[in-house]
Structures are given as C-alpha cells and as structure tokens.
Design a protein around this ligand. Structure first.
Ligand code: SF4
Length: 399
C-alpha cells in the first residue's frame, strides 16, 4: 500500500471509532494531507455528538489573577514578578476579588478561573479562605481554577500532602481544576521552558489523584516553544494513558505560545497549520476525551472558526478578564455577540454552556439574542472609574 493509502486507512479506522497508536498519530501529524486529517477529525466529532453535532459551545467566565508574584520563573511567562521585585509584584485583596466575582455574576458569567503565580506565602489556608468566601457570597459561581502545579506548591508551603491539599480546597469550594501548568509534559521541552516546575509525570500523578478524589479537570498543551512533533504526540499519549484510568479530563485545550515580554525570545511560534493539525490529531488520538476546545485567544478568531471544522466542539470563553497570555502578546478579544456570530458564520448553532458542558442557552433564534456586546470595555471602565485599576486592566483597554 502507498503511504497515502496507508494513512487514509488509518484515518478511516479512527473516523469509524478505532484507536490509533502514537506512532500512527505521529505519522499522520507529520504528513497526512491537512484536509484529510480535518475530515476524519470532523467525522469523529459528528459521531460523538450525533443529534447535537450542529452545535458549538462557549462559556462566559472571568479569569481572576490574584497575584503575579511567583517563585517558579517559567521562561515563557510574561506575567510573573519575582518575590523581590516589589515594583512589579502585586496581590489582590479579598474585597477586590469578591467585587470581580460580583461583576461576573452581573454580566451573566457562570465560572471563575482563579489563576496566579506561586506566591511564596500562599499555602492551602489562603485558598481555603478565598474559595469559601467566594462560595458563601456567590454560591452560583463555579470555581474552575488552579492546577497540579499550584497544588504541589501550596501543599509544600503548608507542609501537607497533595491529597490533603486537594481535599481541603475542594471542601472549601473548588469545583474542578483547570489544566494549567501542563505546558509540555515530556521532560526535554518541559525542562527547557519551565525548569522549576514539577515533572510532567508528577503533573499527571497529581491530576490522577484529584480525579480519584472527585475533582475533574481539563487538560492543556502549550505549543510552539521549540518542542518536536514527536514530543507533541508524546504529550497526548501521556494524557490518554491517564484518561484511560480516570476518565477525569473533561477537555483538551491546546494553545500557542505568545513570544512577547519573556525569556524565550527567538523561539518559533506554532503556525496556524500546526495548530489546526494538532486540534485534528487530538480529536483522533484522544478518543477518551469528550471535548476538544479551539483557543481563539492566541490563534485568532478566524482560526478559531476553522478549528470547529478540524474536530473542536467548543470555542472556549467570552473572557471578562484575561491577563496572562495577554501579557505575552495575545491580541485577540471578543465579546459575547461577536463570539456567537463567529460560531454562526462557521456554520454552527452557538450554545452557552456550563463548566460541565450542559447547554444553558441555545442561540437558535436571532430574535432572542442577548444585547450585551460591550462587556469587555464596560468592565474595564468600571474597574478604572472605581479607582482600583491594576496595570493589567489598562492592558485590556490598550488592546
Ligand atoms: S507560568 Fe505560572 S508558574 Fe510559571 S512563572 Fe508564570 S505565573 Fe509562575
């Protein structure tokens, strides 16, 4: 059989629901025709979501960056400040955080992503206090936040086991873990960009522990910092193996490295084609992960639309606030109506979803469309008029 015929027979097997090996995935990722890859991935998506395959989802959330002070100094990160850098470092107080939660609820948000640096003083107690205060004031808000790296750090600071740390923050109000900190899981690229972070194996071990304790998560991948194609597929293999045991990863979300304001200058960003190929191969290879998310924030809205035809079923969030990848140069912003229209223009019916992917509102009738299309600028002006603007909120304005 020719190489093309061989690849097509693997794609046909995957499209029909068969599992593909890491070697087959690497071969397809490297050289299968882009459209054949996308067609097979889209077939898998349509089969998995038969009956609702015409829908693509989004969520309304707010990232709350509670501190940028961090001891881990990842080389790709443009967000953090070293603890001794008092001029650059900041930490929000609880009142500020609760005000941001209140704005989120007011604007129709259902989820907050608590995201920040590895502060040298923040142990389990800090998160217990904050999560319980948020849940007490806003029981309807889902706290989908943190990840294995933060848990490892807070457990170390408090001198407790990771199991205890997860159990305590879950009891205090954490609903699920975001896939933060996965970056690249294989050892070589991980050490090159995040030498002080836990190993990829440890990241997965902590996620497996969380899944065992009833705390589900998403999973992510940072593309374009110099990793090889084989290392990208190895990252997927590591996730698939854990997922076979736990079933706790709700989604896989690749996003591309943003090259500004960090210590990795000169590295190559992943191209749009590499990104779309990765979305497609993730849908084909991760046959045990339900949702593949297109990440328009870093690759742009049009590529986000294309991702819906390469296996993605979700287009992420209308983010009421985002600072981490924006600090590194991500320039793409959206509001709710724009995202709804982007999904429609891609040929899908948009649906606002919950953190656990249930459809909350299906936008199948323009007559019922929401009228909140200036959410981002509204929030920025609220924060600045209130006299509590942080530098990163000004960054939202600047963009
Ligand atoms: S990516 Fe996270 S852990 Fe790494 S330096 Fe930035 S804030 Fe710290």
């Amino acid at each position: 059989m020719s190489e093309r015929a061989d690849q097509q027979s693997i794609l046909d097997r995957a499209a029909a629901g068969g599992r593909i090996t890491p070697e087959e995935a690497l071969d397809l990722y490297r050289s299968a025709p882009l459209h054949a890859l996308g067609a097979a991935a889209d077939a898998v998506r349509r089969r998995r979501y038969a009956g609702i395959e015409h829908i693509a989802t989004y969520i309304i959330e707010r990232n709350i960056n509670y501190t940028n002070v961090c001891v881990t100094a990842c080389k790709f990160c443009a967000f953090y400040a070293a603890p001794k850098d008092k001029a650059k470092g900041w930490t929000r107080d609880l009142d500020d955080i609760l005000r941001r939660c209140a704005e989120t609820v007011e604007l129709g948000g259902t989820q907050i992503m608590f995201q920040g640096g590895h502060h040298p003083d923040f142990g389990v107690e800090y998160y217990e206090e904050h999560f319980s205060a948020i849940k007490k004031a806003f029981p309807e808000l889902v706290i989908h936040s943190l990840g294995a790296s933060e848990v490892e750090h807070m457990a170390r600071i408090s001198g407790v086991s990771v199991e205890e740390a997860i159990g305590r923050i879950h009891a205090a109000g954490l609903d699920s873990f975001a896939g933060a900190g996965a970056e690249l899981l294989p050892a070589r690229p991980r050490k090159a960009i995040a030498p002080l972070k836990e190993s990829g194996e440890r990241w997965l071990e902590i996620m497996e522990t969380a899944h065992g304790l009833g705390v589900e998560s998403t999973s992510t991948m940072l593309m374009g910092t110099g990793e090889t194609n084989a290392e990208r597929i190895e990252h997927l293999r590591m996730i698939r193996d854990v997922q076979d045991r736990t079933g706790g990863f709700r989604a896989f979300i690749p996003y591309t490295y943003q090259p500004e304001n960090n210590h990795l200058k000169g590295r190559t960003q992943a191209t749009i084609f590499e990104y779309l190929r990765l979305i497609a191969i993730a849908r084909l290879f991760l046959d045990n992960v339900a949702h593949i998310q297109g990440s328009w924030l870093t690759v742009g809205k049009e590529v986000g639309q294309l991702s819906l035809h390469y296996g993605a079923d979700d287009l992420g969030s209308v983010m009421l606030e985002e600072n981490v990848v924006s600090s590194a140069g991500a320039r793409h912003r959206s509001n709710r109506m724009e995202l709804i229209e982007l999904i429609r223009a891609a040929g899908r019916v948009p649906a606002q979803r919950a953190t656990t992917y249930e459809h909350l509102v299906v936008h199948d009738d323009r007559a019922n469309d929401p009228v909140d299309d200036h959410v981002v600028s509204h929030l920025s002006s609220v924060a600045i008029e209130g006299g509590t603007a942080h530098p990163e909120l000004k960054l939202i304005e600047a963009n």
